[in-house]
Design a protein around this ligand. Sequence first.
Ligand code: FAD
Length: 444
Amino acid sequence: MPFHYKTFHNKEDLISHLKAHTPSFYYSSKTSTVIPYDKLTEMLPIPEGVSDFYLCDLTKIPGHMELKENGNLVLTGAVSWQEAQQFLTSKGRNLKTSPTEHLALITAGVATSCTGERCFAFGNLRHQIVSLKYLNYNGEEKTLHRNDDFKSDSRSLKKYQDDFSAYQNFKNAPYPRFEKATDLMIGTEGQLGLVTEVEIETTDDFDVNHVFMLLPRWEENYESHMEVFNAVQFHRDSIISCELLDSNCMNYLKPDEKLGENQDVIFLEIKAVDFEKIYEEVLLNFKTISSEQVFEIGKNKFHHVRAGVPRAIFEVNSQMGVVKMGTDVQVSADHFTDLLNFYREASKVGVRYCLFGHFGDSHLHYNYMPTKDQSAPCQEAFLKLYANVLKWHGSPFAEHGIGLLKQKFIKKFHSEDQTALFKDLKKEYDPYNQFFPQGFMLMK
Ligand SMILES: Cc1cc2nc3c(=O)[nH]c(=O)nc-3n(C[C@H](O)[C@H](O)[C@H](O)COP(=O)(O)OP(=O)(O)OC[C@H]3O[C@@H](n4cnc5c(N)ncnc54)[C@H](O)[C@@H]3O)c2cc1C
């Protein structure tokens, strides 16, 4: 049995492990949807010539947080988004973004370049990271600053960066950015080192009003949805997030949590100081949505319902013994109706499904809920989808990353420019191939 489990309780033990250069997979809260944690030892191929492979738990390394005078949060060790949010709100500050799954760790969130609902107003995580520290292959702690440029001797860097420019406006591209020094650890999924400390921007903890709108099912008519989509684009300073749960999602909520009667729901988080303005200028002016379709909802219920759906879907798929079959596609606004039309066709395959996500950013998660013998048509639909996303110059995995499960789909999005730089960076930063050797940077 080549797998060994190790839990680190302090940084010193982790450093000793790194110095031994043993090939390992390091994990934090194990909420990644692209790593099949319950089947890891079956699905993680052991590299040739490796007799001992370590699965390493980083969640027991003590966490620490400090709020700087300039409002930036500095955290080290195992700190979850939930803990950071509690710490910040006690000091009148708040996070600018966080994944819907608040139990994930922030250091891991850097590794996955995670995003969240509030990206709609505040942009993505990589812009919010001021500096970070990481442990390299010799267990040495290095510091990276976002004001420094990304440096590499690789001849492929310039071409790679030129290719990336087409994806600047996406939350995440089909490959990491590699423009600022901090990008070395952002979205590289633990393949080049381990993130140990992060300095991240925060915002005032302003009051927020939450509203939701009940709309027709998108499968039949998405005219109202598009009216909301177009209207919110001009109010990103006042509207913090714009999220969708379709009518099918309601089946995953308890009876008293369900909203609407076989209707889709779009939520808006609106800054309280701007609420009146948005109410009058946006909410009362829809042509296809009457004011009777707009409701206020409490903050706790909003978060509970919004987070409840992806969690329930994750659990239902695990219970049915199928690996999650969901998408993470973001397209430009120009292609948003193409994406909705594609999902409309996909919904006719005869497999249970639901659609939810970051509607205002044209970034939705379409989830099939197949039984064990219904996987084939879903795979086929997803292959067609990714061929279209490539054609539309969209981003196939804009927030959850590649991990192990999306490798077969991402290959077509990587050309020689990307794979050559990945190889050079692995040689430079992981010469013993000890950091997640099965990751996308060296995939065959
Ligand atoms: C219900 C649900 C909702 C979700 N919503 C969102 C969302 O809104 N946005 C979003 O982006 N994601 C979301 N996710 C996915 C997931 O929460 C994120 O990918 C998260 O960043 C993973 O954090 P984790 O602590 O669970 O990391 P893990 O799953 O433990 O690890 C994820 C990856 O990071 C690497 N890693 C872990 N720690 C480190 C470290 N210290 N240094 C270097 N590499 C490391 C691991 O090797 C692995 O490749 C959701 C997941 C679920 C189940």
